[in-house]
Design a protein around this ligand. Structure first.
Ligand code: OXD
Ligand code: MN
Length: 603
């Protein structure tokens, strides 16, 4: 097959890899992507012709499309996700592992002829701003035009990425196929995918192979596969951090600005917090990212973060003018919707968008839906994909190659009891322990039982590219790279604590900015407010929380900050059991912190 490399790239290794993959996959054609708007529009048009995309009402959602997946291909498949390091020990107890040689054998067989009858697209992309020392380049090969248009939004893709790559630059190769070759004359499915799925990372070789799924988290290889699983392994080797964290900036009425990163397990409100509208007068926020942060120490000894992504791939259900007005404004145009419901006038709807659903909808299963039906109209993990630049509060530093300096790190989970609204950790080691101890009630972002508590250290459980015990060790080591006063302070929040009546104690959403304000005061140097020492960490004196205009009773506040030692002792027992799985990889610092917590909450 003649591939028109001349005006595209002169990178010998890239060309050789593409040729090798053509030999393996037998596509009918190769499309070398340039990343232009024209290319994006043409592909969207083709997806409309192939009935995968439906254009939405141009008066309501200009430049936007609706699309539904195969009912079996709706989320990340953690049980089919593998970290194929040389040894099982290196992948650790929280990852699925297979011998790399054995896995290569399986994949080679699966990819053999898998693109027959389809176009092979080659997508060069940059994770992070062009020219930033913190950015990485990748190239995804895929037979999914859906993946290409999503990569166009989610990454910086095309000619510009090739320019940075030059003839010798390093790139991370990612091979993706929906795993459904087409015989001559065979009618394509509107959502091609396979019942066999493999999402495979080779962390030493730094390569990705993904087979059988068209769903975002499995098919957009720049995101979870590269920017978290591969990048975390690279970050360990090179002394930086690749994290499942949002990045946000907050400015007080006096014009002082500080940046925070926050890690919450999937679908626990990261996008809402990243785009928060503060309820306190005079406070402003800006969004740098809603899902991933790459961080390194700068020459001044402070930690700097970039968002490697260029778009938001957000969970739609629950997003509303109440929960996240900035997201609602962001997705008004040029947005790709997957598995949400369709209204009669070709707009979108999902549970939680409005208090009452429209009378008639087309569900995510592409069937008529009415409010009488017990099944939701939109899939709980339905998504919007939209360029970050459309966010009304996108940070002016979004494209800054230096990144933004981080003053605080926030961990959080969905816990109906136990953790108070907010607490600060005593020091870096205690902060790392809190990250390692993170657990949350499960959501729909991954397959599993919704509501069940699962340990999700650093919200990285499905995303850490090596042994999680070593990852804790890496975080502890990072804390030794600078002076203690230059390290960000570490906090834990729980927006989801419930009272004895089973109702949420804290109103959440924009009111969460009140908690950010307390953190802002705490990370100021010197701290502007004192904190109260408790056995689990430092909590606010109630008078230091700005509660003006909030209808939160004294009783509710007491409950929000109550620390039930008995519950914490149970937590210690649970953590002891959990941390055993890391065996000799569990760092001393974590053991020391666990013991210290046990002593503090002991009778
Ligand atoms: C996501 C996830 O899609 O964490 O961001 O699952
Ligand atoms: Mn995520």
């Amino acid at each position: 097959m003649n591939i028109a490399f001349e005006s595209w790239s002169q990178h010998p290794q890239l060309k050789a890899w593409i040729e090798e993959m053509v030999q393996l996959c037998h596509p009918k054609e190769v499309h070398l992507c340039d990343g232009s708007k024209k290319e994006y529009d043409t592909l969207c048009q083709q997806l409309v012709e192939n009935k995968m995309f439906l254009p939405l009402n141009p008066q309501k959602r200009p430049g936007s499309f609706w699309c539904v997946s195969h009912p079996s291909d709706v989320a990340r498949v953690e049980d089919r996700t593998f970290i194929c390091s040389k040894t099982a020990e290196d992948a650790g107890p929280t990852n699925h592992w297979k011998n790399p040689e054995e896995m290569k054998h399986i994949l080679t067989k699966l990819f053999q002829g898998c693109m027959e009858g389809r176009v092979m697209y080659v997508v060069p992309f940059s994770m992070g701003p062009y020219g930033s020392k913190l950015s990485l380049l990748g190239v995804q090969i895929t037979d999914s035009p859906y993946a290409v248009v999503h990569m166009y939004i989610m990454t910086r893709m095309g000619k510009e990425a090739l320019k940075v790559l030059g003839e010798k630059g390093e790139f991370i190769p990612g091979m993706h196929s929906v795993g459904m070759p087409l015989k001559p004359g065979e009618q394509d499915s509107t959502w091609p995918c396979s019942s066999t799925k493999y999402i495979v990372q080779f962390p030493e070789e730094r390569s990705i192979w993904s087979y059988g799924s068209g769903y975002g988290g499995n098919a957009l290889l720049g995101k979870k596969c590269l920017a978290l699983r591969i990048a975390s392994a690279k970050a360990r080797d090179e002394g930086w951090l690749a994290e499942h964290m949002l990045i946000l900036g907050i400015t007080n009425p006096a014009g002082e600005k500080k940046y925070f990163v926050a890690a919450f397990p999937s679908s626990c409100g990261k996008t809402n917090l990243a785009m928060i509208t503060p309820t306190m007068p005079g406070w402003k926020t800006e969004c740098v990212g809603d899902d991933i942060a790459w961080m390194r120490f700068g020459a001044d000894g402070r930690l700097y973060a970039i968002n490697p992504e260029n778009g938001f791939f957000g969970v739609a259900p629950g997003t509303s003018m109440l929960s996240n007005p900035n997201a609602m404004k962001t997705i008004q145009k040029n947005t790709l919707y997957t598995n949400v419901a369709l209204t009669e006038d070709y707009d979108v709807w999902w549970e939680g968008m409005t208090p009452n659903p429209p009378e008639k909808l087309t569900s995510w299963k592409n069937t008529p839906w009415t409010p009488k039906m017990s099944e939701p109209a939109a899939h709980p993990n339905s998504r919007f994909t939209v360029p970050s630049q459309q966010c009304p509060i996108i940070s002016p530093s979004f494209n800054d190659p230096q990144g933004v300096p981080i003053s605080g790190i926030i961990f959080g989970g969905r816990r109906a009891s136990l953790a108070p609204l907010v607490y600060e950790t005593f020091d870096w080691e205690h902060g790392v322990f809190i990250g390692a101890s993170l657990s949350s009630e499960m959501t729909a972002a991954a397959k599993g039982t919704i509501g069940q508590l699962r340990h999700d250290p650093f919200a990285m459980l499905p995303f850490c590219g090596y042994n999680m015990g070593d990852y804790f060790g890496h975080w502890l080591e990072m804390g030794k790279k600078t002076q203690p006063q230059k390290l960000p302070k570490v906090f834990h929040v729980n927006w989801f604590k419930k009272g004895a009546d089973g109702k949420f104690l804290w109103p959440g959403y924009g009111e969460n900015a009140r908690v950010l304000k307390w953190m802002f005061d705490r990370v100021s140097q010197p701290s502007r407010v004192e904190a109260k020492k408790t056995p689990i960490g430092l909590i606010p004196h109630l008078e230091d929380l700005d509660l003006q205009g909030l209808s939160c009773s004294h009783q509710q506040l007491q409950e929000l900050f109550s620390i039930d030692k008995e519950q914490w002792r149970t937590e210690v027992v649970e953590l002891k059991k959990y941390f055993k799985i890391f065996q000799k990889h569990l760092p001393e610092g974590i053991q020391r912190q666990l013991q210290a917590l046990e002593e503090r909450v002991g009778v």
